[in-house]
Design a protein around this ligand. Structure first.
Ligand code: NAD
Length: 276
C-alpha cells in the first residue's frame, strides 16, 4: 500500500474502498471481504445508510482499529454548527467507534449557505481528537476559496468526481495550490462505457492488466487518493492489484485525452441543493 501525508500530517492509504449504494447488511459482507483482501481504508457516509454494517465489519475483523482508515461524511440536511455536532455523534454511534480518521462535508449546498458554520463544528471535532483529519467533498473553487478565507483550518481533502472522462484539471490545480489532497470519487466512471475504451484495453493487454486496473493506476500516478467500489469479490481483489505495474508518461497522457466536455456523471455541486 502507498500512503499520502495530508496537510495536517495524517497518513492516508492512497487506495480505499467505497461503499455507496450498498445496503447496511451487504456492507458488512463486502467490507469484511475488502479487509481480508488487504484494503485498510473505507469510505462511507451518513447518507449511504450503511455506517452500521461498515463499523461492525471493521470491529469483527480483528484488525486493530488504528490500522483501518475510516471516512464518513456529514449529510446536507445536517449543516449548521449544532446540527453538525449532533450528526457527527450519531455517525460515531452507528459506526461503533469513538473516532473517525476523516470527516467530510459531503456537499457544499450553496443555497443553504451553512457550510462555513458546519466547518467550525468540524474544526472543533478535529481539535477534540474525534476526527483525525477533516475535509470537504464536492467543493467548487468558489466554496473552497471562501472556506479557506473564513476558517482556521484548511481542509485536508477535497473528494470530487474524477475519472478519465471528467478529470477536473482546474480543480486539481486549485486543491494543490491550497495544499489540499484530491480524492477521486466514481474513479471507474461507475463501470460504464469508460472501461470499454480501446486505449485502456490496449494498455492493459500489454501489461497483463484489466481496463479497470489501468484506470486506477492512472489515478494513483496523478497523486490522488482513489476509492473504487465493487461488491464482487473477484473485482475487489482486481481493484487492489494496482501496485505492481506503471504507466509511462505517454500512457498517462493517452488516458487523460479521454476527457469529454459532457463527462460529468453526478450532480453539479454548484447547483446541487438537495437536503432530503
Ligand atoms: P466507481 O467508479 O467506483 O464504479 C463502481 C462500479 O464499477 C461498480 O458498481 C461496478 O459496476 C463497476 N466495477 C467496479 N470494479 C470493476 C472492475 N474491476 N471491472 C469492471 N467493472 C468494475 O463508482 P462509485 O461507486 O460511484 O464511486 C466509488 C466510491 O466513491 C463510492 O462507493 C463512494 O464511496 C464514493 N462516492 C462519493 C461521492 C461524493 O459525493 N462524495 C459520490 C459518489 C461516490
Amino acid at each position: 500500500m502507498q500512503y499520502i501525508t495530508l496537510n495536517d500530517g495524517t497518513r492516508i492509504p492512497q487506495l480505499g474502498y467505497g461503499v455507496w449504494q450498498v445496503s447496511d447488511a451487504q456492507a458488512f459482507d463486502v467490507v469484511t471481504t475488502a479487509l481480508e483482501v488487504g484494503y485498510r481504508h473505507v469510505d462511507t457516509a451518513a447518507a449511504y445508510e450503511n455506517e452500521g454494517g461498515v463499523g461492525r465489519a471493521i470491529r469483527d475483523s480483528g484488525i486493530p482499529r488504528e490500522e483501518v482508515f475510516l471516512t464518513t461524511k456529514l449529510w446536507n440536511g445536517d449543516h449548521g454548527y449544532d446540527a453538525t455536532l449532533r450528526a457527527f455523534d450519531k455517525s460515531l454511534e452507528r459506526l461503533g467507534t469513538d473516532y473517525v480518521d476523516l470527516y467530510l462535508i459531503h456537499w457544499p449546498v450553496p443555497e443553504q449557505n451553512l457550510y462555513v458554520e458546519s466547518w467550525r463544528a468540524m474544526e472543533k471535532i478535529n481539535s477534540d481528537g474525534r476526527a483525525r483529519a477533516i475535509g470537504v467533498s464536492n467543493f467548487t473553487a468558489g466554496a473552497l476559496e471562501r472556506l479557506v478565507k473564513e476558517s482556521q483550518k484548511i481542509p485536508a481533502i477535497n473528494q470530487i468526481e474524477l475519472h478519465p472522462y471528467f478529470s477536473q484539471p482546474a480543480m486539481r490545480q486549485l486543491n494543490e495550490k491550497l495544499g489540499i489532497t484530491t480524492e477521486d470519487w466514481s474513479p471507474l466512471g461507475q463501470g460504464g462505457d469508460l472501461l470499454k475504451e480501446s486505449v485502456l484495453t490496449r494498455i492493459g493487454d500489454a501489461k497483463g492488466k484489466t481496463a479497470a486496473q489501468v484506470v486506477l493506476r492512472w489515478h494513483l500516478q496523478l497523486g490522488n487518493v482513489v476509492i473504487p467500489k465493487s461488491v464482487t469479490a473477484s473485482r475487489i481483489v482486481e481493484n487492489f492489484e494496482v501496485f505492481d505495474f506503471e504507466l509511462t508518461p505517454a500512457e498517462m497522457d493517452d488516458i487523460t485525452e479521454l476527457r469529454r466536455d459532457d463527462g460529468r456523471i453526478g450532480p453539479d455541486p454548484a447547483h446541487f441543493n438537495y437536503v432530503g
